[in-house]
Design a protein around this ligand. Structure first.
Ligand SMILES: C[S@@+](CC[C@H](N)C(=O)[O-])C[C@H]1O[C@@H](n2cnc3c(N)ncnc32)[C@H](O)[C@@H]1O
Length: 350
């Protein structure tokens, strides 16, 4: 047997707890997902509620619900200021559906049984490089969304929730003065342009996504008061990219695709966007080496291995891909859009 990691009993306990808490991550995710499904945060809002009231409000078994609530306290989602009475922490308040900072749909989507089922195949993905989602569901992720209206609506809303901070920062921080028409490729429910266009009245826009992806966009554009200058258009971005834009944004899309598909998408952009247009890739840029600084990036990367067959990329990988597909990188602004970065590129001279 090799040497013990430590002979200090207190350190042994600390290391043991650190591992067991990490293993408990799936229990934590299930607990938070059930709380989001039940709408517990909406029942608590600003106050503190008894587990009996919450059980009555959710139609659940009070002793079991109370155990769930205690676990949510243990993971920092809730408080228990007196026995059996529960409030929300600021982290937990993001499960309120009426909050502008809500991540309830995002939580429900990532804790959806269809995604948990896919993640059970992580070992298969690691062994083979294949998508576990397809193994669990018999079709790929976006094909599944196209036939599951409930999950599709949840996905589109979840992406909108996730986009809000980055969308606000792009609207406020990017210089749109030279642009006239912004095309958001894979723009989902239109959350990005719903933040950008109101802040820049001279702009027109197109939210471009698949039929199921763009389904929620008309309502979002209408609510933002920009339906008269922003179109929601359905299509396949590998085939028929709108040709009449001068600024093309692709936000949180490339991580969905393999290198081969990502290059095909960039080639489609290069072939169909005007030679004078600008391309903005907004997304995570992985550091060259992993660390504990931003675990979400690595979760997302693994999530792509499991669900979409895509991957997160480093700056050098993005640069190589853009170079290979006929683009010149003008700038890389790390962390310029919330946790996301902005890579600006233009078609290279022929
Ligand atoms: C991860 S979501 C990102 C959505 C949005 N850009 C955001 O940041 O919230 C990827 C988007 O790509 C869209 N998409 C996937 N395949 C597509 C295709 N072939 N043509 C157009 N859009 C597609 C999906 O419907 C989805 O809305």
């Amino acid at each position: 047997m090799t040497d013990a990691i430590t002979t200090d009993p207190a350190e042994k306990m600390r290391l043991r707890a650190a591992l067991i808490e990490r293993i408990g991550g799936y229990m934590s995710a299930h607990s938070i997902g059930v709380a989001a499904d039940l709408g517990i945060a909406d029942l608590i809002k600003d106050g503190v509620r008894g587990s009996d009231e919450l059980a009555a409000g959710t139609g659940t078994h009070e002793p079991s619900l109370r155990r769930l609530l205690r676990t949510l306290v243990a993971v920092g989602m809730m408080t228990e200021p007196e026995p059996g009475r529960f409030g929300l922490t600021d982290v937990g308040a993001q499960l309120r559906s009426d909050s502008p900072d809500s991540l309830r749909a995002f939580t429900r989507m990532f804790c959806h049984p269809a995604l948990f089922a896919a993640w059970q195949g992580l070992g298969h993905s690691v062994a083979t490089g294949e998508r576990a989602f397809d193994l669990a569901h018999g079709r790929d992720f976006y094909a599944h969304l196209a036939v599951d209206d409930g999950l599709n609506a949840l996905f589109n809303e979840a992406m909108g929730e996730e986009s809000r901070i980055a969308a606000g920062q792009i609207a406020a921080g990017y210089d749109f003065s030279a642009a006239k028409k912004v095309v958001d490729l894979g723009g989902g429910d239109g959350t990005l342009l719903a933040a950008v266009l109101p802040a820049h009245p001279h702009l027109h826009g197109i939210v471009f996504d698949s039929l199921s992806g763009v389904a929620g966009a008309p309502a979002v554009l209408e609510k933002a008061g920009i339906a008269d200058r922003c179109e929601a258009r359905a299509g396949d971005f590998f085939q028929d990219i709108p040709e009449d834009g001068d600024l093309y944004i692709i936000k949180s899309v490339f991580q969905d695709w393999s290198d081969e598909d990502a290059r095909a998408l960039l080639r489609a952009c290069r072939a169909q966007m005007p030679a004078s247009a600008t391309l903005l890739i907004v997304g995570s840029v992985l550091p060259e080496t992993a660390s504990t600084d931003q675990p979400i990036m690595f979760f997302t990367d693994l999530n792509m291995l499991v669900n979409s067959g895509g991957k997160e990329r480093t700056e050098s990988e993005f640069r190589a891909m853009l170079d290979d597909t006929g683009f010149t990188v003008e700038s890389v602004r790390l962390g310029a859009a919330g946790p996301l970065s902005i890579i600006q590129a233009v078609p290279a001279a022929a």
